[in-house]
Design a protein around this ligand. Structure first.
Ligand SMILES: [Fe+2]
Length: 234
């Protein structure tokens, strides 16, 4: 197993707590017994390798998956996927899903009465390239209400799943937008104790990737392990 990663423990408070009573669903699903530490074998330290065939031509462009253009503010999101030593993770599959500009997800469980956009499915996928880079086009998702507590609203966010070499199973996280006033009230964002770790979930506005007369650029780097690891959902 030479050359394969060895996973250490993450610093306390930098990942979401299993039990965070303000986030109601965590009460039912949090473990009630102490966790069992399993030794890492080859299957934990290696992972699947994906090829280009897994990705469709418009999978990285959520604004071009239907006959017309979706409503909303166009964005281009880019960044890098790195391991704990700053080494880029190439050929990882990134999948993204999000609400439309009105805050409605295309899912039968979404009972928000905001309109569906017939030109927006809200799902995309791409492979990381050289230096672990990824990029996709979308529209800025709207905030949406949810039933966690009275007058509960999720801040605008994009869900990410990352799967590839060196990953036992896919990693799932959420990207937020800078300056969103709803972050302070969101139990999902706030179930991470460490302030710097929370900030790693907030993208930064990026002039460099902003496209003239087309889309605003946001940058979101993902670190898979180590002291600077991006918080991931359990
Ligand atoms: Fe969501």
């Amino acid at each position: 197993m030479a050359g394969l990663p060895i996973f250490g423990k993450l610093p306390a408070g930098t990942q979401p707590e299993y039990l965070h009573p303000a986030y109601r669903s965590s009460v039912k699903r949090a473990p009630t017994l102490p966790l069992v530490v399993l030794p890492h074998t080859l299957s934990e330290r290696s992972g699947p390798v994906f090829g280009r065939g897994a990705i469709g031509a418009n999978d990285h462009d959520l604004t071009a998956q239907h006959a017309g253009a979706p409503l909303g503010e166009r964005i281009v999101v880019s960044g890098r996927v790195l391991d704990e030593s700053g080494k880029p993770i190439r050929a990882a599959v990134i999948e993204v899903w999000q609400a439309n500009a009105a805050g409605r997800c295309l899912h039968k469980m979404d009972q928000n009465n905001a309109p569906i956009d017939p030109n927006f499915s809200g799902c995309g996928r791409m492979l990381t390239e050289a230096e672990g880079r990824y990029k996709f086009f979308s529209i800025k998702p709207g905030a949406y209400p949810w039933g966690n507590h009275e007058n509960a609203w999720r801040p605008a966010h994009i869900h990410f799943s990352i799967f590839g070499d060196g990953l036992l199973s896919r990693l799932v996280t959420q990207m937020y937008f800078p300056g969103d006033p709803l972050l302070a009230y969101d139990p999902i964002y706030n179930c991470i104790a460490d302030e710097r770790a929370k900030q790693r979930l907030v993208s930064t506005f990026d002039w460099e990737s902003t496209l003239p007369e087309f889309a605003l650029g946001y940058r979101f780097d993902i670190v898979l392990r180590g002291h600077e690891a991006t918080p991931m959902e359990k």
